[in-house]
Ligand binder design. Structure first.
Ligand code: NAD
Length: 428
């Protein structure tokens, strides 16, 4: 496969690392994106995503990824086209396939015989056959005769140093045998990991939504336990620690302020909606979504009850919200629980100080100290390493902090309470 041409459609968290990997493996790489700023940054060797290895790679590969807003330039020369565009939900929490459909229309205009089109975006079972294929066939070319279609869901975990793009095992499904074989060869030429070929493209589509739904329901389970064990006076973290000593049949998940990111809080809706179209109601999955979405409100309630102890309310208190990103050590705010907490705080009349060292443009304080000084209550929404190392009991005391809501259960509860500071974790 070496020296073939690959076009990556969508240069985001998924597409940009893939473009880098293909360039490192000596493919000629085009990156097509509708965002001019991303195209410009990539061509000048700058990663628009603040991830250390991406920053290094995009710089080193300057000139080797030809980013463009011109679909024809990217697609008409490519042997393999990999689609990495967003698949979000709309305001009614329904799958929004507009970016995918639009990307497919761009491909259809420049599709040529022999091309392999791979969808890496997360989609529900049936999307490639029922939505992608008809759009591409508007070109006049026939799938599995003139061009090939496959799906290989991306599993990248931004910020994870152990499991990186090339080492994460993958699953693959194609609409036909020949296309599946070409796709398998393509991934074997760029990845070092196992590629499991499934018997149908629908199975491959289902894998990704199932993986993320698995996380969502298990997190909902511990979040519900956290609320229940609060009433029972039991520390859920200790229970999880105990249960984790069982070497089989148990896997630890941890409670928190809810789930965010472009995947876990979104993908279950893809499965829920697809099953609904076919007459099945995923009650369990809907409940998990509801429980996880309720956690931001739970965090705000904890803050209100901590303030009540000193006869204060959210309106007349000095509140600090630490962290906006949906997970530690990244700058990604998509679907972040911190944003829901912020919205609730504001709706209840609070004017919090906000600080996230990874998202300074949305912070209204320049440092941790500026945010927490004399705070009646701090809410730790994201466990960035900067917060975990800085927020010692000593520091909190010296800054005059009265209460801590540790929505990530990552601070030293006993040391903090020993200083006379109110501490409340999630079920801890
Ligand atoms: N972010 C993750 O950690 C992750 C992990 C695994 C899978 N996924 C899935 O991968 C897909 C992409 O996610 P992402 O996080 O990279 O999204 P992203 O928003 O970071 O990047 C998508 C890029 O596609 C571009 N784009 C949008 N519409 C386009 C179009 N019609 N033509 C060309 N470019 C277009 C956008 O400008 C953007 O740069 C989604 O389906 C997501 O669920 C994401």
């Amino acid at each position: 496969m070496a020296k073939q041409t690959v076009a990556i459609i969508g240069l985001g968290y998924v597409g940009l690392p893939l473009a880098c990997l293909c360039a490192r493996r000596n493919f000629k790489v085009y990156g097509f994106d509708i965002d001019e700023a991303i195209v410009k940054a990539t061509n000048s060797g700058k990663s628009h995503i603040a991830d250390a290895s991406l920053v290094k790679n995009v710089k080193a590969l300057k000139g080797k990824i030809i980013a463009t807003t011109d679909a024809q330039k990217a697609i008409s020369n490519a042997d393999v086209v990999v689609v990495c565009v967003p698949t979000p939900i709309d305001e009614n929490k329904l799958p929004d396939l507009k970016p995918l459909e639009s990307a497919c229309r761009s491909i259809a205009q420049h599709l040529h015989k022999g091309q392999l089109i791979i969808i890496e975006s997360t989609i529900y079972p049936g999307t490639v056959r029922e939505i992608v294929k008809p759009i591409l066939e508007k070109s006049g070319l026939i799938s599995e005769k003139d061009f090939y279609l496959a799906h290989c869901p991306e599993r990248i975990d931004p910020g994870n140093k152990k499991w990186v793009l090339e080492s994460i095992p993958r699953v693959l499904g194609g609409l036909g045998g020949k296309g599946t074989k070409i796709a398998e060869k393509f991934y074997n030429s760029i990845l070092k990991s196992e590629i499991l070929v499934l018997s149908s493209i629908e199975c491959a589509e289902a894998v990704k939504v199932v993986e993320n739904t698995f996380r969502d329901v298990n997190i909902a389970f511990v979040n519900e336990l956290a609320k229940s064990f609060d009433r029972l006076g039991i520390d859920v973290l200790e229970v999880i620690k105990g249960a984790s000593t069982k070497p089989f049949g148990y896997m630890p998940f941890y409670p928190g302020p809810g789930v965010g990111g472009h995947c876990i809080s979104v993908d279950p809706y893809y499965l829920i909606e697809r099953a609904k179209q076919k007459g099945f109601e995923h009650e369990f999955l809907m409940l998990a979504r509801k429980i996880n979405d309720s956690m931001a409100g739970h965090v705000v309630l904890l803050a209100e009850s901590a303030l009540q102890k000193s006869d204060k309310t959210l309106q007349n208190s000095n509140i600090a919200l630490l962290g906006l990103a949906y997970k530690a050590n990244v700058d990604d705010m998509r679907e972040s629980p911190a944003l829901h907490i912020l919205q609730l705080l504001k709706s209840k009349g609070a004017s919090p100080k906000i600080f996230d060292p990874h998202i300074m443009e949305k912070s209204n304080c320049a440092s941790i100290d500026a945010a927490i000084k004399n705070a009646d209550c701090i809410i730790l929404a994201t466990h960035h390493k900067e917060f975990v190392s800085a927020l010692t009991a000593q520091k909190l005391k010296s800054m005059g902090v009265k209460a801590v809501i540790d929505a990530r259960n990552c601070l030293d509860k006993s040391a903090i309470t020993a200083k006379g500071i109110i501490y409340k974790g999630i079920g801890h």
